[in-house]
Design a protein around this ligand. Sequence first.
Ligand SMILES: [Zn+2]
Length: 392
Amino acid sequence: MAVKTPPPLNTDRRFPDHMTSAHALLLKAKRGEKGNTTDKRYAVPAFNVTTFQGINAAFRAFELLGSSGLLAFSNSALKHFGEGDPVFGLEVATTYVRQRAKASTVMVATHLDHGDYISAGGRKVVQAAVQYLTSVMADNSTNKAEKKAMPLADNIALTREVVDMAHPVGLSVEGELGVLAGEEDEDTQSEFSTYTNPAELDRFLKETGVLMLAPTIGTMHGPNKGKPGHKVKLNIPLAHELLKIANAINEEIVFVAHGASTLYEHVRAYALDQLKQLGDPSGAAQKWRDFVGTDWDQIGGLIEAGFCKINTDTENRQTYLAALLGAINSNSAKIDIRWYDNICTDALTQSYLQKLIMAGDYGVWHEPKIDVEKFRFDLGQSLKQLLEMCRR
Ligand SMILES: [Zn+2]
């Protein structure tokens, strides 16, 4: 039976000021476009924001660097914004981002992370996201309730339903093919993992029409990407094989890396130092020692293979936590929520700046306001001091 051609992404859709679909930003990255020039391929890190201060930290980083901005919202983050109601969370978070974007110097996209069109609750959130965001992920690769992989035909049919709804109104859609192991948050976890099959990729892309795809090539969700001392090795040759297939269908297709967070060694060292001074009351030091991230040089290999969206969450959470430990250590009698909040938000900003620089996502919308070569991520210093040292 011939499959009806999927609807193309409507690129005429006008979003609120300084906002665009995630795909528009990723396509620039795949083509290496910055300002009026074209250089080597880069990636846009997608930051999973969970608080208003996290949104502020991300905007600060984007504006300092002239980066393309990608804010991702998971279902559990939306519940957090909406006091348990993800649709209310969408409404309030989106209102905030739109106001923030209005005065911004860069273009940003808002993306639903791990939406699914399988469960009734998942469908409701995806439908609401189409009203509020500029891009959605329809991850129908796994039935989360039953903890099993979905048959390919079902994954295709459900993802296609989302494309039919989102593409005509200008929202890009990200699909997932293969199963990614690990735990991202309470709503996204799997104990097993499978590589994306090239023949299935060809069929999936042609029949769904998605322009953003998360293949599985060995990355893992969560803070432990393998046993201590044994890092996950990504299947870069497979990534290149998949890219060839995707490019043959449509050169505008971009890949997305999930479970690709790196571990900042100096953040770990900082946290361990703080824990030592605090007497490690909950025995957390061993857990910090056991964290395993993905090596950044492997991520660099993925960027070359067309992975233009790098999902980035764990290392930012670790940075936030390390900064909080430091704040408590330096003054546990400061009766001011803002004091702790500012320290953690400044640390998040540092983490975001670092990841944007690593991914090459700077100077896209304007020249960076800091010298990226001189930027040194350091929780031992205030953000203000750090920026002064690399101000242009
Ligand atoms: Zn993910």
